[in-house]
Design a protein around this ligand. Structure first.
Ligand SMILES: Cc1cc2nc3c(=O)[nH]c(=O)nc-3n(C[C@H](O)[C@H](O)[C@H](O)COP(=O)(O)OP(=O)(O)OC[C@H]3O[C@@H](n4cnc5c(N)ncnc54)[C@H](O)[C@@H]3O)c2cc1C
Length: 401
């Protein structure tokens, strides 16, 4: 069986690692647009910006690994089309045949056209090259403006403040991360950043971006303009699904795949940020933009290619590090509307706590702040029944396992 993987990111790297680990001996080609071998993105907004992590440490494998494992890794190469009938991918004029095709094309930052058109110093953060360019701009005294108080915007804010830059964050919602975390937890992150000297402006609308000399001037409706040496736009990502759509595969904000990560074409699967997957435990289709999902779905897709029949049922998991706050989250909930009760164990104000989101009868999601022993008990209860013990914050989390 001859496997082609499109996209040289984490899902791709883990798929080919698993194929070889399971003893697959057929040809494997990985085609990735970036010039680097597959790497992990979480350090790009953390250690690499802080100067505490080197780019090579982010690689999924050293470049030599691919030769050693007979994986034909083609970096700096774009797949331009897929012919499902003839089972071939196109790389410009060249064609590659496949028996199984994995689409792991990831996601790309949502653009802000008014910023792009301004000619001002504007940056996005997705790639290692973006991170290295950004690192060079986060110097002592630099003025950084950030549009978007999501995970990436806030992690860059934390790194920039630790490097001595002054940071203004502009967010349209009344609180940062409100949709993911809900008001109570979102306030923890707002307080955290304000305590670290961030000018966090919430509920604001950006009216325009202008270049003045070498600065970006961000105009805000009803407020003072923000003058910055660099403007980072961090307003979310969109899945890179046009290649799949162009081939005739079904897409809807991501490539639609079944519980086993298969598209309706039996030879084609999708994994990672680009896959909208029918989650068997959640009973809904979700597309998850997290590191753990890219790793686990990449591995799972490999096993399905080799004949495994299990659905991908793992719950979403993610983490963040900002200043001295580390947190991990497991589960899935729309925090603006989709839960009935929040149960807090510990002290949110002290940022030492664990939290459970409950519906009437189920535990939908759990998260801890700076309590690294909590993730296993959280994993044990999330997805299970919301018993009286779960609802009672005086019952220690470990006793729920
Ligand atoms: C700065 C940053 C920090 C993050 N921090 C965290 C974190 O702390 N915790 C967490 O859980 N998640 C984090 N994430 C998210 C996590 O990194 C992603 O979920 C993960 O990288 C997704 O992996 P992927 O392989 O699906 O896609 P990607 O990593 O996006 O890889 C896809 C690759 O495919 C390539 N490609 C696309 N189209 C083509 C084509 N036609 N031909 C060839 N190549 C193509 C792209 O260039 C890209 O290199 C972070 C992301 C970023 C950007």
């Amino acid at each position: 069986m001859n496997v082609v993987v499109v996209g040289g990111g984490l899902a791709a790297a883990n798929a080919v690692t698993e194929l070889r680990a399971q003893g697959h001996s057929g040809d494997i080609v990985v085609v990735g647009e970036e010039s680097h071998p597959p790497y992990e993105r979480p350090p790009l907004s953390k250690g690499i910006l802080l100067g505490s992590a080197e780019p090579d440490a982010a690689l999924a494998h050293p470049r030599a690994w691919y030769d050693e494992h007979q994986v034909d890794l083609r970096t700096g190469t774009v797949v331009t089309g897929i012919d499902l009938d003839r089972r071939r991918v196109r790389l410009g004029a060249e064609e590659l045949p496949y028996d199984r095709l994995l689409l792991a094309t990831g996601a790309t930052p949502r653009r802000l056209p008014m910023a792009d058109a301004s000619g001002a110093p504007v940056q996005y953060l997705r790639t290692l090259d973006d991170a290295l360019a950004l690192r060079d701009r986060l110097s002592e005294g630099a003025r950084i403006a950030i549009i978007g108080a999501g995970w990436i915007g806030l992690e860059v804010t934390s790194a920039a403040r630790q490097r001595g830059a002054s940071v203004t964050v502009l967010e349209a919602a009344p609180l940062p991360l409100q949709r993911v975390l809900g008001d109570e937890l979102a306030r923890v992150f707002a307080d955290l950043h304000r305590e670290h000297g961030v000018d966090l402006r919430l509920g604001v609308r950006v009216a325009g971006v202008e270049r003045v000399d070498d600065t970006a001037v961000v105009h805000v409706e009803g407020g003072a303009p923000v003058v910055a040496d660099l403007l980072l736009v961090a307003i979310g990502v969109t899945p890179v699904d046009a290649l799949a759509a162009g081939a005739g595969l079904a897409v809807d904000d991501g490539i639609l795949v079944d519980a086993r990560l298969r598209t309706p074409d039996p030879h084609v699967l999708a994994a990672g940020d680009v896959a909208r997957h029918a989650h068997p435990a959640l009973g809904t289709r979700i597309r998850v933009e997290h590191w753990d999902t890219a790793i686990q779905q990449g591995r799972h897709a490999a096993r399905v290619m080799l004949g495994a029949d299990e659905p991908y049922a793992r719950l979403p998991y993610f983490f963040t590090d900002q200043y001295d706050l580390g947190m991990e989250y497991v589960g899935h909930v729309d925090a603006t509307a989709g839960y009935d009760r929040l149960v807090v164990r510990g002290d949110l104000a002290a940022r030492q706590a664990s939290v459970l989101w409950l519906s009437d009868d189920r535990v939908l999601a759990g998260m801890h702040l700076n309590d690294w022993d909590a993730i296993d008990p959280l994993r044990a209860v999330v997805g299970g029944p919301a018993t009286d013990a779960v609802r009672d914050p005086s019952v220690p989390l470990v006793d729920l396992m």
